[in-house]
Design a protein around this ligand. Structure first.
Ligand code: FEO
Length: 397
């Protein structure tokens, strides 16, 4: 169990690491685990900011009691977000500290009633409201849909700490270091983009609104509900969120294909080689049957160029690629450049489905789509090289 760690005078991180769960939200792989960050302010009034996943309660309650002292109570539980990875333990907190007041907005309390049937000891706050704890004053900012309708952020005025909920959070456990200057950020930035693109990205417009709302605030530390706490290079993390929520991308191309017998895969490799010959250095090739869609979404969010390929399957698109296209439509990623290829044996369907997808999502399509019959001919492969050439010309900065 990781001990509480001080953020500022009277303010502590009391989060937990989850290295056991395989899938976040029972969908997204947690190869590197995840942390659930909760915070405790031990002022004249004691305030908890968010809780942790219910499976970690023993460790969590132990940390709270260690800091406030046996027999003492928690006065307020600030609920920035009601998704159960942060709110699942509300009932347990209430059971341990029966006089605790739950602090949230009107939408928060619809969920509190729905999940727990709790309708008493509620303290309703609106945008800009403050709550004084003694030396520390908390101010609340409504940031709906980052990630649920009730989400809000809490700003601690004395030390200028923003408790930001899911925003700026990342997958990956906190293995010793918890601050941005204590860890290798390359690892967390990759996991942060994956968290953003998988969980929050669909609501990018609302992320933009939240960022605008926070613009005038003097922030010295960002303490999210997952991943490292930023206290040194805040411009970096705010910059990522600006870019990702505006669909800005790195120079590079991700090729994702579905292939049953290797013919579509051969075309994918030809396109990849063509891109390299054109000077593109960031090239990723993924087989949709093997690579989890979580990582595919992350790569597509990262790179400007996207090339989708599929074999035909029962006169339609190959199911793993169908899942990729459906997910892309759902999350509504914008401003990408698309190339299309595929193959078939006795009936087409894969390429046509990708073309229909392109019409709907309105990405910029390069070159003519190529669809090989059985094994791709030299002519087909030459068309693949044309996709690569035109793609490189479009995406190179
Ligand atoms: Fe980390 Fe939307 O919950």
């Amino acid at each position: 169990m990781q001990q509480p760690i001080q953020l500022a005078e009277q303010i502590y991180w009391i989060g937990v690491n989850d290295r056991e769960t395989h899938l976040f939200e029972n969908i997204w792989p947690l190869e590197n685990g995840v942390s659930y960050n909760s915070y405790l302010i031990c002022d004249e009034k004691v305030a908890l900011i968010d809780t942790v996943k219910i499976t970690k309660m023993d460790e969590y309650i132990q940390k709270i009691k260690q800091l406030i002292g046996e027999g003492k109570t928690v006065d307020y539980l600030i609920i920035n977000h009601m998704e159960p990875d942060h709110a699942g333990a509300i009932q347990v907190v209430v059971d341990h500290f029966p006089n605790v007041k739950l602090v949230g907005n009107t939408k928060t309390f619809e969920f509190v009633k729905g999940f727990f049937g709790i309708t008493e000891n509620l303290y309703v706050v609106k945008d800009g409201d403050t709550l004084n704890l003694g030396k520390h004053t908390l101010q609340f900012f409504m940031t709906p849909m980052v990630h649920w309708p009730e989400t809000m952020m809490t700003y601690e005025q004395k030390n200028k700490i923003l408790f930001s909920g899911d925003a700026f959070g990342s997958f990956g456990t906190l293995d010793g270091g918890i601050f941005d200057d204590e860890v290798n950020l390359d690892f967390y930035v990759e996991e942060m983009r994956r968290y953003y693109s998988n969980i929050v990205g669909k609501y990018s417009l609302m992320v933009q609104r939240a960022l605008q709302k926070l613009e005038g605030l003097d922030i010295k530390m960002i303490a999210a509900t997952h991943g490292p706490i930023w206290r040194t290079d805040l411009g970096r993390v705010l910059g990522y969120y600006q870019d990702w929520s505006q669909y800005k991308a790195d120079e590079g191309v991700v090729i994702i294909y579905g292939s049953m017998y290797g013919n579509t895969a051969k075309m994918a490799d030809t396109i990849a080689r063509g891109l390299a010959e054109e000077g593109v250095k960031n090239i990723r090739v993924y087989d949709a049957s093997k690579t989890h869609i979580s990582h595919i979404i992350n790569a597509v969010w990262r790179f400007k160029g996207v090339v989708f390929g599929s074999c035909a399957y029962n006169a339609g698109i190959f199911p793993p690629m169908e899942a990729v296209l459906l997910k892309m439509e759902q999350i509504g990623l914008k401003n990408r450049t698309l190339g299309i290829f595929g193959s078939y044996s006795w009936s087409g369907g894969g390429v046509k489905a990708i073309q229909q997808f392109a019409d709907k999502i309105k990405w910029d399509v390069v070159a003519e789509a190529v669809e090989a019959k059985c094994t791709p001919t030299e002519e087909d492969l030459q068309k693949c090289r044309i996709i690569a050439k035109e793609m490189a010309a479009k995406i190179k900065f």
